[in-house]
Design a protein around this ligand. Structure first.
Ligand code: SAM
Length: 290
């Protein structure tokens, strides 16, 4: 992955360079991770981890519909690794990825995939009942609770009757954390709270879907190991964390009292702690029908 592979066109959301990373600077965007080539590479690694070693591409009962031809939306798609893989797997279906940042990977893009810049936190510019399947993954550091709830409502509006919704989220908490990983989750939590986001929103999604009258709600928990103690997934997730934790540092040090030096020193300790304490991260995948 090189920066040349990423398209950058004009969009309404402003971005600014902070400590060498590109971050959104817009009052309607709460996202605390960068939108740049390093992050695109991290998201590719993370996508491959999920696709090949953890939960697969999706869990909803959509295979037959997707084989025949369905319309699918990927909200906050990032570079579109999921959108692109799904489009290749199901050539009769149409896949649309939306994101507030134009980090879309368009090289070798299949004809049945397209990308659109859109701030999904403030409503979605799509017709009612126009999608069969709506997918949203890893927006815990992007949507304040109010926007998350709006997104769930909007997904229902744009889904066709009996359409499927699927969400996957990280929980900002490390199982077996020692002092260093405890610091990391506390500091990220403080940064998220400063922007009205909820570290534990994943644990509430099922209830939100119930409240929004979705049916057939399924909720799966994954504990993904960090470090070689967890074999191949552990090694790969450690590599993801080694990119994610420096990426989140920019906004953590801006939104909290933590200094850059303190953060870096803690990170070194954390990576030792991962194997010593067999640390893992919890995720929840929730799917349901309209
Ligand atoms: C952690 S990344 C996950 C990307 C992708 N879903 C994946 O699994 O690879 C979160 C994505 O959400 C996008 N995002 C954050 N806030 C957003 C908003 N308000 N509207 C649309 N996209 C948003 C970011 O630009 C980023 O690409």
């Amino acid at each position: 992955m090189t920066a040349e592979n990423i398209t950058h066109t004009t969009c309404e959301i402003a971005f600014e360079l902070k400590n060498g990373r590109l971050l959104a600077n817009n009052q309607d965007v709460a996202y605390i991770l960068p939108s740049d080539a390093i992050e695109v590479a991290r998201l590719q690694l993370n996508h491959n981890l999920w696709k090949n070693l953890v939960g697969g591409l999706y869990k909803s009962d959509m295979h037959d519909k997707l084989t025949q031809g369905a319309r699918v939306l990927d909200i906050g798609c990032g570079p579109g690794w999921w959108t692109l893989d799904m489009a290749r797997l199901y050539p009769n279906s149409e896949f649309i990825g939306i994101d507030m940042a134009d980090v879309f990977y368009t090289q070798d893009k299949p004809a049945n995939a397209s990308f659109k810049i859109m701030n999904a936190g403030t409503g979605m510019d799509f017709e009612d009942a126009s999608f069969d399947f709506v997918f949203q993954r890893f927006l815990v550091m992007g949507f304040p609770t109010e926007q998350y709830l709006l997104s769930i409502k909007e997904m229902k509006r744009i889904l066709k009757p009996e359409g499927s919704i699927e969400l996957l989220e990280l929980v900002n908490h490390y199982n077996n954390a020692g002092p260093a990983f405890k610091n990391i989750s506390d500091w990220i939590n403080q940064a998220l709270e400063a922007r009205h986001m909820d570290s534990f929103i994943a644990d509430k999604i099922s209830t939100y879907l119930l409240d929004a009258d979705y049916v057939n709600i399924q909720d799966i928990t994954y504990n993904v190991p960090i470090g070689s103690w967890g074999g191949e997934p552990g090694e790969m997730f450690l590599a993801v964390q080694k990119m994610a934790l420096p990426a989140v540092k920019v906004m953590v040090t801006e939104l909290t009292e933590v200094t850059s030096e303190e953060y870096d020193k803690n990170l070194e300790l954390a990576f030792k702690e991962a194997d010593e304490r067999q640390i893992s991260t919890r995720f929840r995948l929730i799917y349901a029908t309209k």
